[in-house]
Ligand binder design. Sequence first.
Ligand code: PLP
Length: 398
Amino acid sequence: MIYLDNNATTRIAPEVLEAMQPYLTEVYGNPSSAHSLGRQMKAAVERAREQVAELLGAAQPSEIVFTSCGSESDNWAIGGFLEQNPTRRHIITTRVEHEAVRNLCEHLAQIGCEVTWLEVNERGELNLDDLRRALRRDTGIVSIMMANNETGVLFPIDEIGRIVRENSDAVFHVDGVQAVGKVPINLKESNVDLFALSGHKLHAPQGIGALYIRDGVKLPPFIIGGAQEHGQRAGTSAVPNIVGLGAACELARKFDEHERIAVLRDRLETALLDQIPNARVNGTTDPAKRLPNTANISFEYVEGENILLHLDKAGVCVSTGSACHSTTKQSSPTLRAMNVPHTAAQGSIRFSLGRYNTEAEIDYTIEVLPGIINKLIEMSPYDEELKALSQKAKRGKG
Ligand code: PLP
């Protein structure tokens, strides 16, 4: 299989598995136990905390708390802040957040919070003047993602943090799940107060995440119980997964092939746009404003779901928009917010590359996809306009 769905999840890196192995077999104590096995487990957790802190550029490891996933980290950050500050119920977020933030904010709006939804333009970018205008005295929390899961568009979190700090007392939460391991992050130099990450997006196992809580920022515990994670999240620590996340962060810190991945992504994007006339990229193509690994391309008048199935048969794994709504038939709220026409949004495919992809895999995808699109256009119940497009595509290819 050629795996081009790394924004959905990633393969566990062999180095990560190797680091985890002892904690799945011979080192099995409870990290809260005082005996030597317990102490070894505890030391492994603290080492992983240092590795995560280092990748994020946190001032100290104690600012990292382990959770079970990115969604938990997002929910804890926003829900916890509101629980702690019941009078500051104005939230600012964007129209293009992942469901973990978007659906939570919709829920909070239903139970009495006021939510300002920042719009994006057709390239998926924010207008920071909208943020300046939205900030108020009673704004409690601003939640803005660093990198979009569907389009790979990056939001300038350093600049956003400065604006939040200069114009309000709000806490700044960043959903960093798609950014970690793909672009540099330096939280100590930023105004970010809370930052969510998820292990399975960077070659650690599923079921482990973390929340960065800046020193001095107060959140109530997410799970009340024992003293694990300094009493902030009770429950026996998932040591093998925590060790895996630490190892994945170290691997990501040393990874120096982002440029190679960007070149492969650009090769794919350029070839598909050249060969398929009804193809368009969703999101900015400015390399400074996008992740190196993501290409969201719409093939107008064709069903994304059909493209996905044909690619799957040909041995290539991709996603239609975000994996989380691949089972619903709705077009993506992110693409709708970007004003992508319905006919194009329905035919959008997200290609998300990773460290294991090769040039040969990209070339194979470029070889098979134009034929699939042609076939789907010919089978399409749409009118003659489409048949004409298909003919044009064939000429382009020939
Ligand atoms: N935030 C973003 C931007 C994501 O892409 C995802 C997962 O796709 C999440 C949050 C949720 O992460 P998890 O799957 O670890 O709950």
